[in-house]
Design a protein around this ligand. Structure first.
Ligand SMILES: Nc1nc2c(ncn2[C@@H]2O[C@H](COP(=O)(O)OP(=O)(O)OP(=O)(O)O)[C@@H](O)[C@H]2O)c(=O)[nH]1
Ligand SMILES: [Mg+2]
Length: 307
């Protein structure tokens, strides 16, 4: 029997957009909770996933990708949500895209600069998950990146991982657990998240939009659950997809409604899995000019999302 004390705490997954934070959250949980897309800035809110292990319970907080926010209020709020996660955490896992930095070494310097100050100010221990190991031609290629990160965060453990191929996760988990304070679990062991179902449903729809739409369009869409009813025949869910311009509406609907139909049927499949029963999903597209700048609307969305 293990004599090590039980540990409990929150760990923030922090890093630039597209580094694989949400993929890592899902891989660590062994279940899809966070949405993922090849486009940067997919995640817009914190999302807590609860991982119950034999000797620890870790609340993993997925965060939006940190970057220098340009343009909209939405963008500033997204980045703010990421930094705010540090206030609740006992440790930080910096998730970084190794192959990307090999291609663009100057962006490694830029990201170190962006992350250093807030991370240092938080006073939290840092673990680096150097991600996308599987996409390297030779694992030795990561050595200079590791050396540079070792300079930037002296003493931080750097764990090469592949969130996609689920490599290096056991090592990452043992390093993470070691950084947690002793304590009892706060949540039942079968609880996966603190996020409301409505939020998870709206995220699933947003993921399908991110996958279906090109260029700037996904960044100008938001999803709100307008109506939710649990019936003996399953859940009836009405969701509104907000777009910021009239011409975007047609693009989201697509020729003969094809895009919206496709988004709806893919989202429905995931919702069935999430809820473990039949789902009737109806999607509506509404124009709300300038919503990405509208503080009131952004607050409303935030409340819906439990954040
Ligand atoms: N090859 C490879 N691709 C990965 C890995 N982890 C994530 N990806 C891909 O990287 C892209 C971005 O992944 P996400 O998990 O959405 O990244 P994120 O850091 O959450 O991004 P934002 O939410 O936009 O900040 C997706 O296409 C993933 O499939 C990995 O270990 N290897
Ligand atoms: Mg993400």
């Amino acid at each position: 029997m293990s004599t090590s004390p039980h540990r409990f705490g929150h760990i923030a997954l922090l890093g630039p957009p597209n580094a694989g934070k949400s993929t890592l959250l899902n891989a660590l949980l062994g279940q899809k909770l966070a949405i993922v897309s090849p486009k940067p800035q997919t995640t817009r809110n914190q999302l807590a996933g609860i991982l119950t292990l034999g000797d620890a319970q870790i609340v993993l907080i997925d965060t939006p990708g940190v970057h220098v926010p340009r343009g909209s209020r939405l963008n500033s709020r997204i980045v703010e949500a990421a930094w705010q996660a540090l206030a609740q955490a006992q440790a930080i896992v910096l998730v970084l895209d190794c192959p990307f930095y090999l291609q663009k070494p100057d962006l490694l310097e830029k990201d170190i600069k962006l992350l250093s100050r807030p991370v240092e100010r938080s006073g939290l221990p840092v673990i680096v998950a150097l991600n996308k190991l599987d996409a390297l031609a030779d694992v030795k290629n990561m050595l200079p990146v590791m050396a540079r990160l070792g300079e930037a965060w002296p003493g931080a453990e750097i764990v090469p991982v592949s969130a996609l191929k689920e490599k290096g996760l056991d090592q990452l988990l043992s390093v993470m657990t070691a950084h947690l304070p002793e304590g009892d679990s706060l949540y039942p062991e079968d609880e996966l998240t603190t996020a409301p179902m409505r939020f998870l449903a709206s995220e699933i729809i947003r993921e399908k939009l991110f996958l279906a739409l090109s260029q700037e369009l996904p960044y100008n869409t938001a999803v709100a659950i307008e109506h939710w009813q649990d019936t003996p025949k399953g859940a009836r869910v009405n969701a509104v997809i907000y777009v910021s311009r009239d011409r975007h509406k047609g693009m989201v609907i697509g020729k003969g409604g094809k895009v919206l139909k496709d988004v709806g049927s893919k989202a429905r499949q995931d919702l069935i899995e999430l809820m473990g029963g039949p789902v009737h999903l109806e999607l509506f597209v509404k124009v709300r000019e300038g919503w990405t700048e509208d503080e009131f609307f952004l607050n409303e969305l935030g409340e819906e999302q439990g954040s």
